[in-house]
Write a protein that binds this ligand. Structure first.
Ligand code: DX5
Ligand code: ZN
Length: 214
């Protein structure tokens, strides 16, 4: 079954608890952390994850768009993340391995993220220990951008690699996922869809979440 992960980047941060409750029909809650260096935007960090943890039992999918994430992954785990994903472009291969090991030592799930220009093969060194691979379908940094349909061959290539090497690994897409683009993602082999604006701009949020399941 396809899982939906609403991104709170499109929520009203002054009414975050209300906006988390509005997406309680979904599977994961996607939390975008941006440092203004890895991406040209700044969002939220550890204290906000702590506060979110206190008001929901939803599975917290924390997407770190920060440089050298190994410095902070343990603190995001302690704050209440269930899954922490780190960008393969954000540090050396050795340090990304180290970040994954630190997340595992905290008893949490770890995943890796690929920017649009990063090939599928960049996930290979981490595939056997990743719980999830995230393929960006926009340039990371902002909600509400146009879906990059040309990422679908990469999603399909990763689906094949995952089926061969680690079938339990999930395959997530993030950026521009909406009723008109979700089916292409699912057909290419994604099983977790992040959606920010498509969920939060909908008049009927539960119906929209259902619609995105394809
Ligand atoms: C972008 C973030 C996304 C963003 C998606 O850097 O990683 O999670 O919130 O927003 P939409 O669904 O509006 O493209
Ligand atoms: Zn994200």
């Amino acid at each position: 079954m396809v899982k939906i992960a609403p991104s709170i980047l499109s929520a009203d941060f002054a009414n975050l608890e209300r906006d988390i409750r509005r997406v309680s029909d979904a599977d994961y809650l996607h939390v975008d952390v941006m440092d203004g260096v890895f991406v040209p935007n700044i969002s939220i960090g550890i204290p906000v994850v702590q506060s979110i943890r206190k008001v929901t039992d939803m599975f917290l999918d924390v997407h770190l768009m920060i440089v050298e994430p190994v410095r902070y992954v343990e603190r995001f785990c302690d704050a209440g993340a269930d899954l922490v994903t780190v960008h393969v472009e954000a540090d050396t291969q050795e340090n990304i391995h180290d970040a994954i090991d630190k997340i595992h030592a905290k008893g949490k799930k770890a995943g890796v993220v690929l920017k649009p220009a990063t090939p599928a093969e960049a996930a290979l060194p981490f595939l056997e220990k990743a719980a999830l691979i995230l393929v960006m379908t926009v340039e990371p940094g902002f909600g509400g951008q146009k879906f990059m349909a040309d990422m679908m061959p990469k999603v399909a290539a990763l689906r094949k690699l995952i089926d061969e090497k680690n079938p339990a690994c999930e395959l997530e897409v993030d950026g521009g996922v909406a009723p008109d683009t979700c089916k292409a993602c699912i057909e290419a082999g994604a099983n977790v869809l992040v959606a920010g604006s498509a969920v939060y701009k909908a008049a009927d949020i539960p119906a929209r979440i259902q619609e995105l399941r394809g």
